[in-house]
Design a binder for this molecule. Sequence first.
Ligand code: F3S
Length: 781
Amino acid sequence: RVASTRQYSQVSSLPPTYEKLHAKYSEVRRVLGPQRLTLAEKILYSHLDNVEESLLTNTNNGRDIRGNANLKLKPDRVNMQDASAQMALLQFMSCNLPQTAIPASIHCDHLIVGSRGADDDLAAGIQTNHEVFDFLESAAKKYGLDFWAPGAGIIHQTVLENYALPGLMMLGTDSHSPNAGGLSTITIGVGGADAVEALVGAPWELKAPKVLGVRLTGKLNDWVSPKDLILHLAGRLTVRGGTGYIVEYSGPGVETLSATGMATVCNMGAEIGATTSIFPYTEASARYLKATRREQAAKNAAALESFPGAGAAADAYFKFKADEGAQYDELIEIDLSKLEPHINGPFTPDLSTPLSQFKATVQDQKWPEKLSAGLIGSCTNSSYEDMTRVESIVRAAEKAGLKPKADFYVTPGSEQIRATLERDGTLESFTKAGGIVLSNACGPCIGQWKRQDGVEKGTLNAILTSYNRNFRGRNDGNPETMNFLASPEIVTAMAYAGSTTFNPVTDSLTTPDGKEFRFPAPNGLEGPQTPYEIGKEVFKVASQPPNPNVEVAISPSSERLALLEPFDSFPESDLSGLRVLVKITGKCTTDTISAAGPWLKYKGHLANISANTLFTAVNAETGEVNAAYDLDGSKHTIPDLAKQWKERNQPWLVVAEHNYGEGSAREHAALQPRYLGARIIVCKSFARIHETNLKKQGVVPLTFVNEKDYDLIGAGDEVETVGLYEMLKNGGVGEVKLRVTKKDGNGDVKEIPVKHQVSKDQAGFILAGSALNLLSKSASV
Ligand code: F3S
């Protein structure tokens, strides 16, 4: 009894988020009994809206949750970067709520071009994008969101330093949001519509992911860093190997890694398609919390860790670790001491080559031997540990009189890390070596790189980065730039050599006085000896209570931002009078439906960005790209004809083949067709996330029962649905057919049976016109 009183007072001294977490976790234990859980499960299930309903529906009494249960989750917060925040906030605004239901932050990082150096680039970026920044800042003021101005830092680094806490669950409107898993926080990358669900306080739904365990033993050798662990894993698992999984790390090797190193590994879990990645809480995590001035958070975590959950089982303690004996759907073992540095690329992050074989591979593949540029930092690799390890080899090279032969760029991940590195002399070491320090923003990592080295578009060349992605054209928009990924120390050493065939572990360089120089093994500090600097005042976060009097800044004449009009609701009958806008053949990815590149600047203006809709789709009947024919036979681009039909109130559908909407989970690929008047997409199969996105925007995704029926329907045909309205009213239950009147068939009518995967909730979205329409009706904060 004495113990239980003590326990109670401990719990009541926890911050409210942890009290809530503890209570939910106790409920999870009550429902699941002594079942052993992974860390990811503990955190996810402790964020369920209704524990019993989620864990016991569609599961064998809670025994086979993963892959079966639909988890309705209540995240603790939402983090948004400036490019995706625009549509998220525009959607939130149309719910007419005075504030968000949970805390959220905006990070201005994606729109600054890296070119000459931090000061010039930042000033130019602010000038070009002021309209978007003003909008985001005013929305932050109105709804009480944290606003990180341009220059304050890159979302994932800022989140790790300020918001990530063990046991929390967050959503981030960016695919590398899982970075926070390095501090035992479940963070999932989502689109704007999902973020809005969480912002209005509605539960956010996720099919319970499977858990892929990675058990680490041993300790990394001198030249090997956490980046090499994930580069190696990407090679083993490929870009699709983690799809549907959370990757959870465990084993004694975990204790040897720094918190920021663990974050790097989680960040790049996105490259294997994982839902998210997570590490257990270790002493290094506690040290990082203290170094980032969150001593109390470390104490809270310790208090929660030592507090018993419901039930007597020894494993019923929230330790931010998996239970002993927890089962993984798959388990990979990696001995860290056997890893060597890796270089991945070009053009895909899973083409992984161990450093010792890289020279031979370069020569074999006839890849360029000259290295044009080495770029380090970004959200993936700009920690104190990364930078001081690099500094150690830069200093040694400086002492030997060497300078990098390739251009050398450094992107600090945040103002906090930049100011700390400046204070401790690290940045000076880089600039002395001729390095260019870019602003604390994404820059070259997201294609915002104005190269100064005269390498023209179309010129074959090789660059090495410590970033996370390397799709063709990702960094400089040049499809001929071969972009390889490596750790910051390998990038830097190879930049000194100016060569892709140099192996810093075994090879030497010649100094100006003719001596042989071999780089010493990198040697850095996990964190600064004194806490991190806060940095320049102007970059400090603006946190404020919501102010309803603030006017959100959108100019009616803006080309980049426009308020959203709610989509119309589903008629109280089946759909009739639809016409097939275009019949598509071959691949139709989200990039085909809504291209990126220069169109990114219209992300906040649905009408303007819609001018790229299905821009690169192939017309199945003519073989032409981006061609559609009106009923009178006149030829148009696909978006032009869609626009004309919208103006004529002519609703339409698209017919397509397999895996419609594969690729990145771009919500504009669902929003744009809906905006232009699409009511149905019928195809042979859908990519799962895009199918969900369509339903959220009120477009009905249907698939042919008989794939051959694809041949029965063509452009211009008139379509009416049979049974669709009934099915929606019945919460997704019922059969649906399409009645097709051929355009040139003298009244020839065909009935085509189609399948759907509409759940009860999704039927509600579609009937309301969109998930947002439904949310804005029911949301209460
Ligand atoms: Fe993303 Fe790179 Fe920025 S991964 S968050 S674009 S630094």
